[in-house]
Design a protein around this ligand. Structure first.
Ligand code: ATR
Length: 270
């Protein structure tokens, strides 16, 4: 049996062990997946011990995705562009870092929500770690335009500069200048943590559009209510969570789990 883990601080609330146990059972892969709490000043030592014990890889969650990026000897292009790593594979010739969050988001939108991104007007709210991490994958799905808004607009401008060559028009703006009536609104800010909806005016929403918050559970509720109240289809981040896990499972094992029954089962435990 090959060992994997989710490494973070805090990490006890993580649903990744449950999800990967279901993937392992479904695919017959000999995978054991645990939770690993790393001290805030001991992330690298925790990883080295885990790898030395024979583990094959890990997921990385708050607040270590940037440290994981720095520790990776090799990185996939999407991880390189996002500046963050949420999955490491302990290859014998060095650690490879990937970022599966964006592919997870896009797969959830296209496959689970039935919303092809091609040709859509997309608003990405938040240019912090979470927003930066998914941008390359959003671009790869070929929307018509992505507007990136952030409280500190310089971070949105930096993302436009780093991703502007990838073939989709990108625009940076302040929260107040967010464009109206977007087909897809993605909240990648941490404002839901404080129980607020989203830091943009409801005119960004449109009837029949989709509005997704990367949070799930009670934390996402005010955003979902806000979106629904303005006629958009609300969606939480649980599908993204399961899809990013499936993408990591594929990165490690070369096998793609069927996510639909797993999302259903995890949803039932919320
Ligand atoms: P994460 O990894 O979750 O993205 P982060 O990098 O700290 O964490 O980013 C948090 C995001 O939430 C940022 O977009 C942040 O805006 P700033 O870059 O201007 O700080 C945004 N955010 C947090 N609190 C906010 C608030 N009260 N209003 C608007 N945006 C907020």
């Amino acid at each position: 049996t090959d060992r994997y883990a989710v490494v973070g601080n805090p990490v006890e609330h993580s649903r990744s062990p449950t999800i990967h146990a279901m993937f392992a059972e479904q695919t017959g892969e000999a995978v054991a997946y645990e939770r690993l709490l790393a001290p805030l000043d001991g992330f690298e030592a925790t990883l080295r011990d885990f790898a030395a014990a024979g583990a094959k890889g890990c997921n990385i969650t708050v607040p270590f995705k940037f440290d994981a990026f720095a520790l990776a000897a090799k990185r996939t292009e999407r991880a390189q562009l996002g500046g963050a790593v949420n999955a490491l594979r302990f290859d014998s010739d060095g650690w490879t870092g990937d970022n599966t969050d964006g592919a997870g988001l896009v797969n959830d939108l296209q496959k689970n929500a039935g919303r092809p991104l091609t040709g859509l007007q997309v608003l990405l709210v938040g240019a912090g770690g979470a927003g930066a991490g998914v941008l390359a994958s959003l671009i790869a799905a070929k929307p018509a335009r992505i507007t990136i808004v952030n409280r500190s607009v310089d971070k949105a401008q930096a993302l436009v500069a780093s991703h502007g060559h990838l073939g989709v028009p990108l625009v940076a703006a302040t929260l107040a200048d967010a464009p109206a009536a977007q087909d897809l609104v993605i909240n990648a800010t941490s404002t839901s943590l404080a129980g607020a909806a989203a830091p943009v005016d409801a005119r960004v929403l449109k009837a029949g559009g989709l509005a997704l918050d990367m949070m799930y559970g009670p934390k996402a509720q005010s955003f979902l209510d806000w979106a629904a109240a303005h006629g958009a289809e609300p969606r939480d981040g649980l599908g993204m969570l399961v899809e990013q896990a499936a993408e990591a499972f594929f990165f490690w094992r070369g096998v793609r789990p069927d996510t639909a029954p797993v999302l259903k089962a995890v949803r039932a435990t919320l």
